[in-house]
Design a protein around this ligand. Structure first.
Ligand SMILES: C[S@@+](CC[C@H](N)C(=O)[O-])C[C@H]1O[C@@H](n2cnc3c(N)ncnc32)[C@H](O)[C@@H]1O
Length: 210
């Protein structure tokens, strides 16, 4: 192959690499995709997780064969929809708790519009009051409430997390400064194995219960 041919071949390869889709996720059902877009474009308070984090939450729910998931802090249901899409693969269920009554109603309507009412249940109320009333254990917990409460929620929920279950905390990178005690627990607790993934810079701690 002469030099010119090699240059052209390399350029074609580069074009192919850049044209290839970076994300190879399976397609999202149209109804859910439309609701996700709508929530994000109306999210003036920037409450929802990033799309990249949503995809990660779905993957973690599906890959750990989750059956009984809990979310603390639903807002308008954006992350709950991503988790619900993961649970569609496993036959699992999600309970998500939101103490702002208006947001809880919006989350419920969004989850219905996304076609996930059979999987995701929104409970309006304060997580500290609601969780003790829920039956059984959990095998996936996603914590996305106010950051000052993370350590207290960890203490409340961890005893009810199954062995092999995942405890996920959101914003552990971009709000690390508000999460000192919780991050110290993640570093030092002997009952968990933790890493932090940060697909969008917000950061999700992923702790697997030994
Ligand atoms: C960052 S937003 C959650 C965003 C949501 N996970 C998403 O990605 O779409 C935090 C939410 O947690 C709720 N929240 C804060 N403390 C709570 C508590 N103790 N119990 C229930 N909800 C709480 C707030 O009202 C707020 O809507």
């Amino acid at each position: 192959m002469d030099v010119r041919c090699r240059v052209v071949a390399n350029m074609c390869l580069l074009l192919l690499l850049f044209a290839a889709p970076v994300v190879a996720d399976p397609p999202i059902p149209a109804a859910a995709g439309a609701v996700l877009k709508r929530i994000r474009s109306a999210d003036s308070n920037l409450l929802a997780v990033s799309e990249e984090d949503g995809r990660m939450l779905r993957l973690l729910a599906a890959s750990n064969h989750t059956k009984r998931a809990l979310e603390i802090g639903s807002a308008q249901g954006y992350s709950a929809i991503w988790i619900g899409l993961g649970l569609r693969e496993t036959g699992g269920r999600l309970v998500t708790i939101e103490y702002d009554q208006t947001r809880a109603k919006e989350a419920e309507a969004n989850i219905r519009a996304a076609g996930l009412s059979d999987i995701v249940q929104v409970i309006p109320g304060d997580g500290f009051q609601v969780i003790p009333t829920l039956p059984g254990t959990f095998d996936y917990v996603f914590l996305d409430a106010w950051k000052r409460d993370y350590q207290r929620f960890f203490d409340l929920v961890f005893p009810r997390l199954d062995k092999g279950g995942l405890f996920l905390g959101h914003n552990v990178v971009n709000k690390a400064g508000e999460l000192g005690d919780f991050l110290k627990t993640l570093r030092t607790h002997s009952g968990i194995l933790t890493t932090i993934v940060s697909p969008s810079g917000e950061g999700i701690s992923v702790s697997w219960k030994r």
